[in-house]
Design a protein around this ligand. Sequence first.
Ligand code: SF4
Length: 342
Amino acid sequence: MEQTETIAPPAEVDLLPEELNEEILRLKKELNAVILAHYYQESEIQDLADFIGDSLELSRKAAQTDADVIVFAGVHFMAETAKILSPDKTVLLPDLEAGCSLADSAPADLFRQYRLDHPDHLSLTYINCTAEVKALSDIIVTSSSAERILRELPEDIPVLFAPDRNLGRYLQRVTGRDMLLWQGTCLVHEQFSERKIFALRSEHPEAKLIAHPECEEVILDQADFIGSTSALLKFTQTDPSPAFIVATEPGIIHQMEKASPGKLFIPAPPDSTCACNECPYMKLNTREKLYLCMRDRKPEITMDESLRLRALAPLQRMLDLTSNSSTDTRSLLKEIRLPFTG
Ligand code: SF4
């Protein structure tokens, strides 16, 4: 991917916190911008956003607006996804260093080789990957859509799942479908401590453990509910339990508390000495950097059009397969060229 700016802007801003918020909102009008905040962003950023949500949901909402500029408070692959869906809009990311351990675990050259080594396998790829890896994939999935799409794939097609091995294992378990698994992980979700969660459950017997499927199997085995970040949020609103131990990035707790003020939300602890398990990439974005990227209109995410179109095709297949119109999976699969030749 091409980038117009490679250095993150300095985060020193000579404005009081309330002035900073006012300036961000003024710039939003001036740029005709929409601010997107992923659930794992700091609560102050979430409170300034037009839309808060999961990565694909945000990119789809932004694409439907008439905004000229998308300011994506999230990580790099998410801003890329926004660009793939909105090529005519300017996409800004407050800090270009906001990467993702999961996306980094699947470099495009190694992924291409893996596909060449298994040419008959259809590649079902989790959206947490670079645009280059999306372009090498057959169907993109999210944690919400993966199970449904996998169940629709004919049994005789061998499947390769990348890059998250925990989500892949979880899908194998719930569907009974064998897949080749790429061995990537998310550094947040692989670190939850089984022992500390066990201790928390004894301390709070009324609490339900809810977990994202990127967590290790030992955590998922104990969970009362497993789902995408949006599904976890919804579960806490509809389930009558007074307390929840939350095994995902704790940024989501801000929305859980707002939606269910009377309930207790306890972040699941990692193995280290920290009480919660924040994503260091997500937390690179600050309100100061949000302001600076809007003021300076950079760093901007740009993308070669041929790469964008190749990355869009597998993303569009997921959108077609999960839309309400009855897409015929077999005919959609005819578009996919197997064996993979690179
Ligand atoms: S929480 Fe995990 S998957 Fe999400 S951006 Fe951070 S490292 Fe990547």
